[in-house]
Design a protein around this ligand. Structure first.
Ligand code: A3P
Length: 304
C-alpha cells in the first residue's frame, strides 16, 4: 500500500529487523567501521522505550564529577539528551559519514536501536557495557504511533491505529519485531551480567532510586554514602524527570541536527497511556502474543 509513516512500503527487512533504507545505510556503515573501546557505554532500546530519559540519566550519572549535578550550566540544561549521547546508526554514521570521535571523553556514551545479533562485531568482542532499556509493548506501540503520526502530520489519516497495530503485531515496526529485540537482550543480560544490564521503563518510574543505583553499580561508578547524603541521587532524578526536561527552553524550541524538533521526544511520559486507545480486542490480542513470545523466558512486565 502507498502509505506514509507506519507502512510496509517504506521499510525493509535487514538481518531480520525492519528499517527504512536510510537507516539501513547507517547500520551497515557502523557495522563495518565502528571500533568499540572497552570503556564504551552503549544504551540500547527499541524506539520509544524511554531512550531520551535514559540518555539523560546516563549522562548525568557518568559525568557527575566532570559536571557537578547542582551546577546552573549543566549540559543537560542546555542540550537535548540526543545531542549528548548520539545514536551510532542514526547520527554518527548516518548517510555514510565518518564520525570524528576526537571530542568524546572517556567513557564514550553512545546509543543504538540495533538488535543484539546486529551489533557491530567490535561491541560483541570487547568489554563495552550495554545498557538495555525496555518498555511494555502496549505503551511502546502507542508512543511509536504518536511519534510517527507527528512526523507525518499531513498524512495523519492514513496511519489508522488499527492498521498500525496489525503491522506491530506482525513484527513490522521500526527495528521490530519488538519481541525478538527484547528477548535477545534479556537472554544476553542473563548470560553476561557484567556486560548487559536489563532495565525497564516501568521499574524506573516505580522505584527510580533503586534502579539508578543498580545502574551506577553495573557501570562501576556506585554512589558514595556522602553523595547519597548530599542528595546527588535525588537531584539527578529530578533534573532528568519528564517535568524538568520537557520544560527546558532547549527542549521546547530546539532542534537536533537530524532536523527533529526536540519537543517530539516528550509527549506524556507516563505508564499506561495505552488504556486511552486500546479496545478490548487489541488488549487481548497483544496479551496473547506477549504470553506466547515471552513464555519460559522469565521476563515479566508490569502494566499499570
Ligand atoms: P510517551 O509517548 O508515552 O509519552 P524515546 O525517548 O525512546 O523516543 O521514547 C519517548 C517516550 O519516552 C515518550 O513516551 C516520552 O514522553 C517519554 N519520555 C521522554 N522523556 C522522559 C522522561 N524524562 N521521563 C519519562 N518518560 C520520558
Amino acid at each position: 500500500p502507498k502509505e506514509r509513516g507506519w507502512s510496509v512500503s517504506h521499510i525493509y527487512n535487514y538481518q531480520g529487523f525492519w528499517a527504512k533504507p536510510r537507516v539501513i545505510q547507517g547500520v551497515i556503515a557502523c557495522q563495518q567501521q565502528f571500533q568499540a573501546q572497552d570503556s564504551d557505554i552503549i544504551l540500547v532500546t527499541n524506539p520509544k522505550s524511554g531512550t531520551t530519559w535514559l540518555k539523560a540519566l546516563l549522562f548525568a550519572l557518568v559525568n557527575r564529577v566532570k559536571y557537578p549535578i547542582f551546577e546552573q550550566n549543566h549540559p543537560l540544561l542546555i542540550k537535548n539528551p540526543h545531542d549528548l549521547v548520539p545514536f551510532l546508526e542514526l547520527t554518527l554514521y548516518v548517510d555514510g559519514q565518518v564520525p570524528d570521535f576526537s571530542s568524546f571523553t572517556t567513557p564514550r556514551l553512545l546509543s543504538t536501536h540495533l538488535p543484539f545479533a546486529s551489533l557491530p562485531k567490535s561491541i560483541q568482542d570487547s568489554n563495552t557495557k550495554l545498557v538495555y532499556l525496555c518498555r511494555n509493548s502496549r505503551d511502546t506501540f502507542i508512543s511509536t504511533w504518536h511519534f510517527i503520526n507527528n512526523l507525518n502530520l499531513e498524512h495523519k489519516n492514513t496511519n489508522s491505529i488499527g492498521r498500525a497495530f496489525d503491522l506491530f503485531c506482525n513484527g513490522i515496526s521500526p527495528y521490530g519485531p519488538f519481541w525478538n529485540h527484547v528477548l535477545d537482550y534479556w537472554k544476553a543480560s542473563i548470560e553476561k551480567p557484567n556486560k548487559v544490564i536489563f532495565l525497564m521503563y516501568e521499574e524506573i518510574k516505580e522505584q527510580p532510586k533503586i534502579q539508578i543505583k543498580r545502574l551506577a553499580e553495573f557501570l562501576e561508578c556506585p554512589f558514595s554514602e556522602k553523595e547519597e547524603n548530599c542528595g546527588v541521587v535525588d537531584e539527578i532524578l529530578r533534573m532528568c524527570s519528564f517535568e524538568n526536561l520537557s520544560n527546558l527552553e532547549v527542549n521546547i524550541n530546539g532542534k537536533l541536527s537530524s532536523g527533529h524538533e526536540n519537543k517530539v521526544f516528550f509527549r506524556k511520559g507516563k505508564v499506561g497511556d495505552w488504556k486511552n486507545y486500546f479496545t478490548t480486542e487489541m488488549k487481548e490480542k497483544l496479551n496473547h502474543i506477549n504470553e506466547q513470545k515471552f513464555e519460559g523466558s522469565g521476563l515479566k512486565f508490569h502494566y499499570i
